[in-house]
Design a protein around this ligand. Structure first.
Ligand code: PHE
Ligand code: NA
Length: 438
């Protein structure tokens, strides 16, 4: 077993929590959640999503936590240590998934930088059609490549500085800023003319819709729960591997999940009033939509340029704190298993990501392809395999590891592992099957 000496650690409990929240809060909260919620029956979807988060998300995040803290290694090394037979090689799927996602995540993040600047400079086009043209011009080509590179440079700077001076410090600045700005925007959005109608659309429960459309709502809610909590990438394994003392992982997991959920719900309170006030139909969800319908709504509103710049600036921060967690998965592998120095590993990883991202930056069709492969298949598959192995083959160690820092587990001790053995696997399997079929 490789030596543990010299492995970095978070300096405080709150540092670890904020870094994990920073990873969780991202594009999934800002755009995906409000729209999926709106389309899938509003409050009814929210209810099912909350159930999934509690009964599927919590056990799944704990699975990653215990593996990371027990082994103190990157996902590849961690699986090598706890895996038997072919399971030893499971960690690779995390590294591959992470690489695929990162290569286009940074392109999308580059768009958000461009859109923050756009609000301050030229302003946004004020009809969806014109905004669509504006987006088409900015999203592909030299502009996209430039901002993709800029975003990667920011990652090199933060991840290169290490756990305490880089990732933890950045999270301590970024996460409170996101929370403050999102709260302020939600209050501002409440003053808009369209707020009342928007709340009705977003929050009024429609049980009839759930009953009629549960076959689409259930997988949508499950997929959203995993994506939004950054599960299935080995991120929570990696972040938990830097935990020094033994603390209550169950409590930390609950806090992290609560933060992510609160930000997601608040985003709906911002996005829908803006769209309703501008008289724009919420339309199609998807990565491009935030830059088209919402941007057009900003183009309509008084002071929309400034507010839009603040909004997209916040998205940049949220995307950055998520992207550094993705990058850290691969960097920790290079450090642990290849004996590389952190600075060199970070530069190499981001260099490779730059090259991989050139395709998606030149062609959004390729970007959507990457996204479907990674989100629809790789991420669910890796979460499914990890959960199955830990819950069925490694459960004694998992329960014992969770007990450290908690003492007696009481009902929690068996509850989460039974959830992981059955319901979590079923949900993941169904999502995977639907992802492959599509
Ligand atoms: N959890 C992030 C979100 O909600 C997405 C993400 C997934 C970020 C995996 C990093 C890693 O947007
Ligand atoms: Na999220």
């Amino acid at each position: 077993m490789p030596s543990e000496r010299g492995r970095e650690q978070w300096s405080t409990r709150i540092g670890f929590i904020l870094a994990a929240v920073g990873s969780a809060v991202g594009l999934g909260n800002v755009w995906r959640f409000p729209f999926v919620a709106g389309e899938a029956g509003g409050a009814g979807f929210v209810l099912i999503y909350l159930l999934f988060v509690a009964f599927v998300g919590l056990p799944a995040i704990l699975v990653e936590f215990v593996v990371g803290r027990r082994t103190r290694r990157n996902p590849v090394g961690a699986m090598h240590e706890i895996g038997r037979g072919i399971w030893k090689h499971l960690g690779w799927i995390f590294v591959v998934t992470t690489f695929v996602i990162m290569s286009y995540y940074s392109v999308v993040a580059g768009w958000t930088i461009r859109y923050a600047i756009l609000g301050l400079q030229d302003g946004y086009s004020d009809t969806p059609a014109a905004a669509g043209e504006q987006f088409a011009a900015l999203a592909q080509g030299v502009d996209a490549v430039g901002f993709h590179a800029l975003f990667l440079l920011a990652i090199v700077a933060i991840v290169g500085l290490g756990i305490r001076r880089g990732i933890e410090l950045a999270a301590k600045v970024m996460v409170p800023s996101i929370v403050a700005i999102v709260a302020a925007l939600a209050v501002w959005a409440a003053t808009l003319d369209g707020a009342g109608a928007a709340y009705g659309y977003y929050l009024s429960p429609d049980l009839g819709t759930i009953a009629a459309e549960w076959t689409t709502i259930l997988p949508a809610a499950a997929g959203q729960a995993f994506f939004t909590l950054s599960l299935g990438f080995g991120i929570m394994i990696t972040y938990a591997s830097y935990l020094g003392e033994e603390r209550n992982l169950a409590a930390d997991g609950v806090v992290i999940i609560a933060f992510d959920t609160a930000i997601a719900v608040a985003m709906g309170l911002i996005v829908f009033p803006i769209l309703f006030t501008a008289g724009i139909d919420p339309g199609e969800p998807g990565v491009g939509a935030i830059f088209i319908t919402l941007a057009a709504a900003f183009g309509e509103l008084a002071a929309g340029g400034l507010i839009g710049a603040i909004f997209f600036g916040t998205v940049v921060i949220a995307a950055l704190s998520s992207a550094i967690s993705l990058t850290e998965v691969v960097v920790s592998y290079a450090i642990d298993e290849r004996g590389m120095k952190r600075a060199r590993a970070t530069a190499l990883v981001c260099g490779a990501l730059f090259v991989l991202g050139l395709g998606p930056a030149y062609d959004t069709v390729l970007l959507e392809l990457y996204d479907e492969l990674a989100d629809g298949i790789l991420l669910v598959l890796s979460a499914l395999l990890l959960t199955a192995y830990v819950a069925w083959q490694w459960s004694e160690e998992a329960i014992e590891e969770l007990r450290r820092g908690i003492g007696r587990l009481g009902p929690l001790g068996t509850y989460w592992i039974w959830l992981a053995r059955g319901p979590v696997l079923v949900v993941l399997f169904v999502s995977l099957a639907l992802g492959v079929v599509e």
